[in-house]
Design a protein. Structure first.
Length: 733
């Protein structure tokens, strides 16, 4: 079929589909209003009927919302599938649409049959249906269909799935438009991860710009749709690096038809779980700046972020608890329970691992109180016998007689209640702030450590000094969480069955160790890039080590090797840093763009000129990326004085709505912008060490279309070939 004929055919079909959607919108509105008016007329007298109609109203409202979201862009592609029984034209969209006769007009992209659109070229194809049966056939036709605001813009016949030209129309869009069109461009390696089975843990290594975040979110959407019997939105938790990042992705969730997925940072999990207050938490980025400035030892943070450190702490908590279980529980000289019995009970293997000492103690307290109550007759009699001889030996008019009776009565009443005060007081030591135990652990660290680490004294001095000032570091959250877990078990997170971790390379092994305890029922989906592990002293450097230590080598390891974000020009420039780090080059879609611009000038004149050039091209998001917050604040001050409409992003920011912004390098991770200006990428700001090199790599790979590299003095060694005298990246378009 010729292009013109194909376009006219698809235009006619689109008109019919939009007409059908509008008809269904009108019908849904009528149904909604009918139920609403009926509820008003029913009044309060028939609550059951009113409840039923309110439920119907909710269903109609949901249907109405779905239809209205479809009308401007009902589908994005189609393919014709022939099997032994029939020939089917499958049109893919964000949501399902059926006609009056319940025939499928649009298939939800998540449905099993639609997997073939992403996985196969023209020719033989197969998929696994809802009954887990393999269906085989042939794809005879495949089209990419671009619709905007209800208007057909383009139709392309697709012969091969791997043809990058299929992507180019989307990759040239601005950041927001690309994010919202991702389902139209899912690639085979991405689709494999999105549609991987629900069972098991996954570790996904993805190069910068490979779509890790969008794949993670689309996997949630896919699982919610296809595993509805086994999992719901509320079973998912997304763990992100910061609130700014979580808010950045939260706009995508409703568009993917998922709205009730929990999103937290590790800091929020710690604070929510422990309820810590009256202490100041130093962020991991503040610690990063202190490490880079030489004010904090990287070795100290590294050792505190190790599993060995946590296991030492676990043993200390056991010692702390058992040291308080030396005495029997007594009341008025009567033994209620021996210390040995308490120890045996608290260490019973029948308890699930999610129960802490305090939880087990609470259960045992109930048992003991009941035991005292059940034996109260004998115990109260024993009390009387204890005082009987003294009482009978006193004159009848002795005031002491009255005192004895009152005393015996008081004791007997307490026994009949089960002696709760004495029993609860015995276990009071378990209700302690985790920081108190952590402090005691640190004070005894020199005794506990068998292998005398060189940083042991430094850990003590550094951490105790901060605690005395009511400060804790990001690396202290894992130890504090572990203490709280050992004492109080799991409360808030044990019902989550799916944990998605983005920017996963930035968590330490210690954090994973704690997360496995806090989310005992959860399958882990870990998305990250070891080349972006900017917290080098505590980050994951090797996914095999994570798999071995945390997942017993049972996690599936998958890769996303191709970048879809940047142009070839930007990718080649960032690959210079990977080469410097001894890593392999990142592949990218063959999309040529403007040459990476270097400028050995960081003056306001140069910056304004670059900003104006980018704004003239109508880019929706432009980031000026600085090394740290201090530099960001200085640049913001300069540009604000010149009257520019610019926002500065700090750790306190939780939202970004496009436009021109300034941010530190470490906050840019996970984000993307139409264009990026590196403010001062010289060899002083970015030395040749691993952390600086990775920060520079992160900053450069945020750019989708254009990248300016400004510097004062000299470029870092890794980028020397970018200088004006040696343009290695100049290519023929």
């Amino acid at each position: 079929m010729e292009k013109k004929e194909m376009f006219l055919y698809e235009q006619k079909r689109l008109n019919e589909v939009i007409k059908l959607i509008n008809e269904q919108i009108i019908k849904s509105e009528e149904n909604f209003n009918r139920q609403k008016n009926t509820i008003i007329s029913i009044g309060e007298g028939m609550r059951g009927a009113s409840f039923t109609r309110e439920s119907l109203m909710s269903l109609y409202a949901t249907e109405l919302e779905k239809l209205k979201s479809m009308v401007n862009n009902p589908y994005f592609g189609m393919f014709t599938f022939e099997d032994s029984e029939k020939i089917s034209d499958i049109y893919l969209g964000k949501k399902t649409l059926m006609d009056k006769c319940n025939n499928m007009v649009i298939y939800d992209w998540r449905s099993p049959i639609c997997s073939m659109y992403y996985d196969y070229n023209i020719g033989n194809a197969e998929y696994v249906n809802n009954m887990e049966k393999k269906e085989k056939g042939k794809i005879t036709k495949k089209r990419q269909i671009i619709i905007k605001d209800g208007v057909l813009k383009d139709v392309d016949e697709q012969d091969t799935l791997s043809n990058d030209s299929v992507l180019l129309k989307y990759l040239r869009e601005n950041s927001d438009a690309r994010l919202k069109s991702i389902i139209a461009t899912i690639q085979r390696e991405q689709n494999k991860i999105i549609r991987s089975p629900l069972r098991g843990d996954y570790i996904i290594q993805g190069t910068a710009g490979s779509g890790k975040t969008t794949v993670a979110l689309h996997r949630i959407a896919y699982l919610v749709y296809n595993e509805a019997k086994n999992i719901s939105e509320s079973d998912f938790m997304i763990l992100g690096p910061n609130k700014y990042f979580l808010n950045y992705i939260s706009d995508l969730l409703p568009d993917l038809d998922i709205k009730n997925v929990s999103q937290l940072t590790f800091e929020e999990i710690a604070m929510k779980y422990m309820g810590i207050s009256k202490v100041k938490l130093e962020s991991k980025n503040k610690t990063l700046q202190e490490v880079l400035a030489g004010n904090v030892s990287a070795k100290v943070i590294e050792d505190k972020s190790s599993i060995e450190y946590l296991k030492l702490l676990e043993n200390f908590v056991d010692l702390y608890v058992n040291s308080h279980l030396k005495d029997d529980i007594e009341y008025e000289g009567m033994k209620i329970c021996s210390a040995d019995e308490i120890k045996r009970y608290l260490n019973k293997s029948v308890f699930s691992t999610d129960k802490g000492y305090a939880e087990k103690a609470n259960q045992y307290m109930k048992i003991l109180i009941k035991k005292v109550k059940d034996n109260s007759d004998d115990l109260t009699h024993d009390v009387w016998l204890k005082y009987r001889e003294e009482y009978l030996g006193l004159p009848k008019d002795s005031p002491r007689r009255k005192e004895i009776l009152e005393e015996v009565d008081k004791i007997q009443k307490e026994i009949k209640k089960g002696c709760p005060t004495s029993i609860k007081n015995y276990f009071k030591f378990m209700k302690v702030n985790p920081i108190i135990i952590y402090q005691a652990f640190l004070e005894n660290l020199n005794v506990l450590v068998q292998d005398k680490q060189t940083s042991q004294k430094e850990i003590q001095d550094y951490t105790l000094s901060r605690i005395s000032k009511k400060q804790i570091g990001f690396e202290d959250l894992s130890p504090l969480l572990l203490i709280n877990y050992c004492l109080n078990g799991i409360k808030d997170f044990k019902d989550f069955s799916y944990l998605v971790i983005d920017e996963a390379q930035d968590l330490s092994l210690a954090q994973y160790y704690v997360l496995k305890k806090l989310f005992p029922s959860a399958r882990f989906n870990v998305f990250g890039d070891v080349n972006q592990s900017i917290y080098d002293y505590q980050s994951i450097h090797d996914w095999d080590e994570l798999n071995n230590v945390i997942f017993d080598n049972k996690a599936s390891m998958l890769d996303l090797n191709k970048s879809y974000r940047t142009t070839v020009n930007i990718s080649d420039a960032s690959n210079l840093i990977l080469n410097h780090l001894g890593q392999n080059n990142s592949e990218c879609v063959a999309r040529m763009g403007d040459e990476v611009v270097t400028n050995d000038d960081i003056s306001e004149v140069t910056l304004i000129s670059q900003i104006k050039s980018l704004l003239d091209k109508e880019y929706q998001s432009i980031a000026i990326i600085c090394k740290d917050e201090k530099e960001s604040a200085n640049v913001y001050k300069k540009l604000s004085k010149l009257g520019l409409d610019v926002s500065v992003i700090t750790e306190k920011n939780e939202e970004y709505h496009g436009g021109l912004c300034i941010m530190p390098s470490y906050l840019s991770k996970g984000l993307e912008f139409d264009a990026v200006i590196l403010y001062n990428a010289n060899n002083v700001n970015y030395t040749d060490n691993n952390i600086d090199s990775k920060l520079l790599y992160v900053a450069m790979t945020r750019a989708m279309h254009e990248l300016y590299v400004n510097y004062n003095g000299e470029l870092p060694t890794s980028l020397k070939s970018l200088s004006k005298e040696n343009k290695v990246l100049k290519r023929t378009k």
